[in-house]
Each structure stands twice: as structure tokens, then as C-alpha cells.
Ligand binder design. Structure first.
Ligand code: FAD
Length: 373
């Protein structure tokens, strides 16, 4: 979601390469230097960068890589005695490639709860942004970073007559800030510790990471507060039409005659909540996108949808295959909250490359946090 003015949740050095390979030419600092932005970047003295700039940086890196193919869909992968056969569809043509090992990075797919009719998931926000900004009553459901960015974006342009509500079942609107020691869970040492625990302990621990998974950037929170403050500065009803509701479990959103009826209840009092909107944006998250071809592999599952993955990101098989299947996808249960952190993705790549090469190409283990896990 590339809304102007929004920033990444990660440090600018958590780019595609730096934490594993600081002298790599695909670094963000090299991008700044090559595009003539290094000096202004230094002068602005910030550790986080605009999402739009991160997007431009990614495009700049891709331009130098002939191995990255867009518009190619992998439709099948089969294992044989020499590794894998990968079937690729592009422009109506099918080709087959051979691979010794395969790395899965199919990412996530939007998750919309049953009973939410005709809503707009945040992944579609930019497509419907102008339509949403014309509506008089808009509800935003959820309280993570995406919800906060959408709420702020709509609120900034809303006229006095327009109403934008923000509704979450969380106890409060939570900030991402965990302090520097708290942030040390985004380290190779922590991932190793998390991975060594039993499945049930890992599940229990994941529940305590809500702030890291769903917390909002402090600066986004400040911007929201300031926007609300300015909207109400003149007194009267201005801006007060907008409501922020916490501890409200939304149970259904029904659609009829161009309006959406939201129904739910207060988590603690049980009181019924009903609101009518012209459109509703839901920030209800994502689930891992797993391709159907994995069903043909003899994968070891530790629970439904939770495959057993080694510390080095190899999907475990009931029987030995000639090639390995590594994964970035569907690893929150095995590798913890770092599973969706872009900085940690670089370590993951380094670990996987070391495994494939059978030697230490990147010294991942030398990075030590202060906390002993
Ligand atoms: C709105 C939003 C904001 C975020 N902001 C941050 C942030 O600030 N900091 C941070 O650390 N993390 C952030 N994250 C999380 C981070 O973006 C993800 O964890 C990360 O992108 C995962 O990378 P990935 O390569 O595994 O998957 P993805 O980035 O999801 O990429 C998966 C790719 O696989 C392709 N694909 C899928 N199936 C096939 C197929 N069959 N054939 C070929 N290609 C296929 C898809 O087209 C896609 O390009 C954010 C996530 C979202 C949704």
C-alpha cells in the first residue's frame, strides 16, 4: 500500500542486502548515492524512509537483475531423482525448468472473515481510494499499521460532513514501540531460541507478540492524533462525528441497497454495536499463500497448516528427496514474529544460501544481541 507520506516500519539499513552483506552494490545507501539523494537523506536525519522511496529502491535493484522475471507464474513443481521440475506459465506459454533445490516465497493472500459482505480489504485500498474519499460514512475495521494508514489518509481529506470511524476489537490502539531491548527479538539468536521450543510453547509465545505484529508506527499514531486535534479545534460538531471504538468485536457486515450494516458487540460488556456505512475498509490481515503442488510432497506437518521447518528453513519430508525445499512462507509458527520482518528476510536468505552452498558464504551467527535467549 503506497499511500503518500507513509513510512516503512523498518530501519533503512534493513534493505535487501546490508545486514548480511554491507558492501553489496544493491544496498539502499548505494541507491541513494547513485540517484543523487544521499546528501539530502543524511541531512534529514531519519532512520525510516517513505514507502514510496522503498518501492523506487526495489525497482532500481530489479533493473540490474536479469534473473528476476515478472509475469511468470509457477503452476507446478514436482520432485524427481535429480531435484525438481518447475513448470512456468507466461504469455500463454508453458516452460519447464530444472532445479536442484527450490525456495518458496509465495507470500500472503488477503484474509476477509466470513460474513463481511462487499467490503474493501486494505490490499485493494489504493484502487478504491478516490471512491472512498467521496463517501460520507466510511468504517475502518482493524488496528494494525495498514488500518492506521488508511484511517489517517481518509481523515486527512475528509470534510466536516464526512465521517470516518475506526473500530477494533483490541483493548487499545497499540503503538509498535517496544524499546531497544524489546526489538532484540528480531535477531538470529531469538529465532534460534524460538525454533528450539515445542510447538505448544511457540504457539503460546506468539500470542504475546501482538504489539510487534499489529502495533502502529509511533509517528503514524502522532499524525492521527494531530489530525483529530485539528479537526476538532474549532469546536462544535466538526470532526466529532468520527468515532474511534476499541474492544468492539465486529461480527458481520451486511450489504444492501448501497449501504453496509456493521453489527458487533463490546468484548467486555456484551453491549450490541450497530453502525451504517457507505463503504467499509477491513484491515483483517493475510494468510500464507501455499501452492497446491505441496500436497504431492511427503511433508511432515506438526499441526494443521503448520509444516515442520528446520532452523535453516528447510521443509522437513517423511522421506529423503534428492533436492531440498526451503521456505520463507508459512514460518511464523516455526520462526516466530521475525517471519514477516523485512530485515530478518535478509538473514533468512543468507542462511538458505549458506545451506545450499554447503559453506559459509555469509557470516550470520556473528550478529549478537545483548539479551541472552
Ligand atoms: C501493507 C504491508 C506493509 C508492510 N510493511 C512492512 C514494513 O514496513 N516492514 C517490514 O519488515 N515488513 C512489512 N510488511 C511485511 C513484508 O512486506 C512481508 O513480510 C514480505 O513482503 C514478505 O516477503 P516475501 O517475499 O516472502 O513475500 P511477498 O512480498 O508477498 O512476495 C510474494 C511474491 O510471490 C509471487 N507469487 C506468488 N505465487 C506465485 C506463483 N505461483 N508463481 C510466481 N510467483 C508467485 C507474488 O506475486 C509475489 O510477488 C508489510 C506487509 C504489508 C502487506
Amino acid at each position: 500500500m503506497l499511500i503518500d507520506g507513509m513510512t516503512m516500519q523498518t530501519h533503512y539499513l534493513q534493505d535487501l542486502v546490508t545486514v548480511a552483506d554491507p558492501t553489496n552494490e544493491a544496498s539502499f545507501l548505494n541507491y541513494l548515492s547513485e540517484t543523487g539523494r544521499l546528501q539530502t537523506f543524511i541531512t534529514q536525519e531519519r532512520n525510516t524512509i517513505p514507502r514510496t522511496e522503498y518501492n523506487r529502491y526495489l525497482r532500481w535493484v530489479v533493473e540490474s537483475l536479469s534473473t528476476v522475471k515478472f509475469g511468470h507464474r509457477v503452476s507446478d513443481v514436482t520432485a524427481d531423482e535429480e531435484g525438481y521440475v518447475v513448470t512456468v506459465e507466461s504469455n500463454g506459454q508453458t516452460t519447464q525448468l530444472r532445479a536442484v533445490h527450490v525456495v518458496l516465497g509465495t507470500g500472503m493472500t488477503p484474509l476477509v472473515p466470513d460474513g463481511f459482505e462487499q467490503v474493501i480489504h486494505t490490499s485493494e485500498y489504493m484502487t478504491y481510494r478516490d471512491v472512498l474519499k467521496d463517501k460520507y460514512r466510511v468504517g475502518v475495521v482493524g488496528s494494525g499499521q495498514s488500518a492506521a494508514e488508511v484511517f489517517l489518509d481518509l481523515l486527512r481529506d475528509a470534510t466536516d460532513e464526512q465521517r470516518v470511524d475506526w473500530i477494533t476489537r483490541s483493548d487499545h490502539f497499540e503503538s509498535l514501540e517496544a524499546g531497544k531491548l524489546g526489538d532484540e527479538i528480531f535477531s538470529v539468536d531469538y529465532v534460534r531460541y524460538f525454533h528450539s521450543l515445542s510447538y505448544s510453547s511457540r504457539q503460546a509465545l506468539l500470542g504475546s507478540f501482538e504489539r510487534f505484529r499489529h502495533g502502529v508506527n509511533p509517528e503514524t499514531m502522532t499524525a492521527i492524533y494531530e489530525t483529530m486535534y485539528h479537526r476538532t479545534a474549532e469546536g462544535g460538531p466538526t470532526g466529532q462525528q468520527t468515532q474511534l471504538l476499541t474492544q468492539v468485536e465486529v461480527e458481520a457486515i451486511t450489504y444492501d441497497w448501497l449501504t453496509h450494516q456493521l453489527t458487533g458487540k463490546h468484548v467486555y460488556t456484551g453491549e450490541a454495536v450497530e453502525r451504517t456505512y457507505d463503504l467499509v475498509v477491513v484491515a483483517t490481515g493475510y494468510r500464507p499463500l501455499l501452492p497446491s503442488w505441496i500436497d504431492r510432497l511427503p511433508i511432515v506437518w506438526e499441526a494443521e497448516d503448520a509444516w515442520r521447518v528446520s532452523e535453516t528453513h528447510e521443509v522437513q519430508m517423511e522421506e529423503k528427496l534428492s533436492g531440498k525445499l526451503f521456505t520463507h512462507t508459512n514460518i511464523e509458527h516455526s520462526h516466530g514474529p521475525a517471519a514477516t520482518n523485512l530485515g530478518m528476510a535478509v538473514y533468512r536468505n543468507a542462511i538458505i544460501l549458506n545451506e545450499m552452498a554447503g559453506e559459509t558464504l555469509y557470516k550470520v551467527s556473528v550478529q549478537k544481541p545483548f539479551t541472552t535467549f
